[in-house]
Ligand binder design. Sequence first.
Ligand SMILES: Nc1ncnc2c1ncn2[C@@H]1O[C@H](COP(=O)(O)OP(=O)(O)OP(=O)(O)O)[C@@H](O)[C@H]1O
Length: 307
Amino acid sequence: MMGHPPFNGPAIAVSDLRMRYGDKDVLTGLDLEIEPGGVTALLGPNGAGKTTTIEILEGFRARSGGDVSVLGVDPVHGGEDWRARLGVVLQEWRDNGKWRVRDLLRHFAEYYRPYAEPWGADELLDLVGLAEQGGQRVQTLSGGQRRRLDVALGIIGKPELLFLDEPTTGFDPHARREFHELIHRLTDLDGTTILLTTHDLDEAEKLAERILILAGGRIIADGSPDQLARAAATVAEVSWTQDGRRQVHSTEDATDFARKLLATDDGAVSDLEIHRASLEEAYLTLVEQFETGQAEAAVDTFKEATK
Ligand SMILES: Nc1ncnc2c1ncn2[C@@H]1O[C@H](COP(=O)(O)OP(=O)(O)OP(=O)(O)O)[C@@H](O)[C@H]1O
């Protein structure tokens, strides 16, 4: 018999995950549990460790420390049968340029056949919006079409758990919307659990029931888009000009901050503004704070939404 008994535990369970490259700590104690079904988005500034985390979960990268379980298995010990239950869409295109699209899908489908009934090539081409391109060589596809083919290859084995690393990079707005519909179909029809990384907060809000923000080596925000938006709205942004430079500070008590700022400024502060942040703004501020070395201020922004 093909397939495997349904798995009852969390799709992903991570405890105190650590990753160090040389003398650089990238993950410093990441805790995470994801129940089966639904879409979770992992966001974070460049270099935060999103790809590293996903690659550890996929079993492509050995971790430095901590416990990890993916579909009940430690990825370090995951065999072919475990791997066949995962779908993986990596950031980088693996070169299969000379293959024709339909042939490539058929070729990959064979790999899954011992473990599951894969998608038929034509059915899948329809699903990802490449019905017209089945006979083309991969190298003649546009960037967005290649990315759809990546997604097709990732889901061809009808995975229980799908990892998507920046899946919509290079998509035009139309392709992006179609891709979002595809993700909804996968979760609605098949109950697939999806973990995706993105830089696009708007995309995360549209697709995910849960958003995780990774920064400074750990998860600093974890909640529904709504919960994060509410946490962000408690923070106001105070901006002003001083010594010819624009300054910005995030605070929960803008009035108090402004009073203190003006009390000691000797008239040097001008153009004072107070603005309550939207989720997107709060996220962009966070990324900026990380990039300019103000990690603690960034962590504070979302602390109320983090368990
Ligand atoms: N094989 C490696 N050897 C050494 N350092 C690495 C290696 N892979 C990643 N890093 C470093 O680890 C950090 C995290 O990288 P990672 O690719 O996981 O981040 P990311 O959040 O996915 O970034 P991006 O948003 O830019 O894709 C970066 O500083 C990167 O330079």
